[in-house]
Design a protein around this ligand. Structure first.
Ligand code: G3H
Length: 538
């Protein structure tokens, strides 16, 4: 084993005191406003972090979470169903201003848990301190922006419109009971980007945390419990097949918000007995390509491609997962790319300046090794120093070249630090890759010739959700629409769009006769209805 990984895992004493964790056995879960105690089996939380103990390197077990069954999951669902009460529950019937005050109370308490959540993000999923802090702060900003967007939506709806002899008021109202499930790579941010809009629009929620990044929700349980009326938010734990499968089978889930694989989404969706009643908001697989054209500014392109493919070790749905580089510059590109990869510092999430960290998914390093071996068997080489070296959960980035269509890594979403580079000569080769892909999230084009870039833009507008020019693929800013085509997504998320996807427009309409106008204006003047009202939130 080379030196680069030999020292990557620390001795316990080398871990700074403020970032150490002690074992947490979580037995509580939230149903109907009560933190219930789970006496049964637990799921062990293994950290991607290993620690040197003498001659051995040992994986750290940092806690355990409840392994609930279908029984508890159904209790959670019933609590959400009761709180919704066919649309007459306290929460869905509440005014927007009141719902906002509950969310703001939650945010205040959430902010107090920043250090605890950030620490667990590092230990549970190996995210660097800087990125963990960014994830927490971005999530708080997202909540603030969501409240702002809802106030604006509410202001725009606080008026009557007149059209073709009718007068009407149109407002957005909740859909019912939502099941929210997030991914392990953004267990806080991506989960909350559906959970918060679902709640604020008046839906009641069953929330099941991701596969990894589960303990980090624990510091927020009290805030959830104290900020919302009973049954509005219910938090369950356990294996997906034992818990959420049972929920879908009841047909009582109205909204399914899921960030994960398209296979997982398909398996769950097909369990619902009334598919027409189920509205889905899905963020799924992606294989975003970068196309590097002959006249690309290599300094800028290499820097965007390195962060695009390797930030958080390539574990972002928006990561650049395959690089098509024009043959005329591919050698120089690889040389510069490797030089930048070499500068990325491997280490533990809390180490200053660290960019490469261990991977949280068990067996992931072996899976990536398999992808690399398959590519090598079909003619690719590892181009960078130390590429593909493994120590337990650590996989040092492997830059593969020349990659072709016979290799698994050409199609499969590696979701990890393997960078496949495909040389290309004709535009058509890159275009056909995007057109024939099962995925359609984003693409990045790097170049300087405006005509050529325009041609690519027009080729891709009906293929993917976002075309990035001289910029890596990414979700942000959160006010931009985030979606995908084909197997990559269903529905569009952004701060404003999320409010729309978790609601439906309902209107009150009447013929504009004098008598009807009189009734409507009396209702409004005397504030007799919550819905039919011209009051708005400042
Ligand atoms: O994993 C998918 C995330 O939505 C990506 O977000 O582009 O801001 O890292 P990001």
């Amino acid at each position: 084993m080379s030196k680069i990984l030999a020292d990557v895992f620390p001795e316990a004493v080398a871990i700074p005191e403020q970032y150490r964790v002690s074992y947490q056995e979580q037995r509580e879960y939230l149903i109907n406003g009560e933190l219930r105690h789970w006496p049964g089996a637990l799921n062990t939380v293994q950290s991607p972090v290993y620690v040197k103990e003498g001659d051995e390197i040992k994986q750290q077990v940092i806690g355990a979470t409840p392994l609930l069954t279908a029984h508890e999951a159904l209790h959670a669902l019933n609590a959400a169903v009761d709180a919704y009460n066919l649309g007459h529950g306290r929460w869905p019937a509440m005014s927007v201003a009141e719902r906002i005050s509950h969310i703001e109370k939650f945010l205040e308490q959430m902010r107090e848990q920043r250090d605890a959540v950030v620490k667990l993000l590092m230990w549970e999923i190996g995210k660097t301190l800087k990125d963990s802090e960014k994830e927490f702060d971005r999530t708080c900003d997202y909540i603030v922006d969501t409240v702002k967007a809802l106030k604006e939506l509410d202001r725009n709806s606080a008026k009557l419109i007149e059209e073709q002899g009718f007068m009407a008021q149109i407002r957005r109202v909740p859909l019912g009971v939502a099941l929210c499930m997030g991914p392990f790579n953004y267990p806080l941010n991506e989960t909350f980007s559906t959970l918060i809009p679902a709640l604020i629009m008046g839906n009641t929620v069953v929330f099941k945390p991701a596969k990894y990044g589960v303990l980090l929700i624990r510091p927020l349980l009290k805030a959830f419990q104290e900020s919302f009326p009973p049954g509005v938010i219910n938090i369950i734990y356990g294996k997906g097949r034992d818990t959420v499968g049972a929920l879908m089978e009841t047909g009582k889930i109205d909204v399914f918000a899921f960030i994960g694989t398209n296979k997982g989404a398909n398996d769950l969706k097909r369990l619902h007995p009334k598919p027409h009643r189920l509205k889905s908001i899905l963020g799924l697989d992606a294989k975003n390509p970068a196309l590097v054209l002959p006249d690309a500014d290599l300094d800028q392109t290499v820097s965007e491609c390195v962060t695009g493919s390797l930030s958080f070790n390539g574990q972002r749905c928006t990561a650049l997962k395959i690089l098509f580089v024009h043959k005329s510059i591919v050698n120089e590109f690889i040389e510069r790319f490797n030089a930048e990869v070499e500068k990325l510092k491997p280490g533990m999430p809390w180490d200053s300046g660290v960019q490469l960290t261990p991977l949280p998914e068990p067996g992931k390093a072996d899976y990536l090794r398999g992808l690399v071996e398959d590519a090598k068997a079909h003619g690719a080489k590892i181009m960078n120093l130390h590429g593909g070296e493994i120590l337990h959960s650590f996989f040092y980035p492997a830059v593969l070249y020349p990659v072709n269509a016979n290799m698994n890594v050409y199609r499969e979403e590696q979701f990890g630090p393997v960078v496949p580079i495909v040389p290309f000569e004709k535009d058509e080769e890159a275009i056909q890759y995007v057109v024939n892909s099962n995925f359609g999230q984003q693409v990045s084009i790097f170049g300087n010739d405006s005509k050529k870039i325009a041609m690519y833009i027009d080729m891709f507008t009906n293929q993917v959700g976002r075309i990035n020019v001289n910029t890596q693929c990414q979700r942000g800013p959160d006010s931009f629409p985030f979606n995908g085509r084909k197997d990559s997504a269903e529905g569009t998320l952004s701060v404003a769009d999320a409010l729309r996807v978790f609601s439906i427009r309902t209107l009150v309409a009447t013929k504009s006769t004098e008598a009807n106008k009189q009734i409507i204006s009396t209702i409004i003047r005397n504030r007799e209805s919550v819905f039919l009202s011209t009051d708005y939130i400042m």
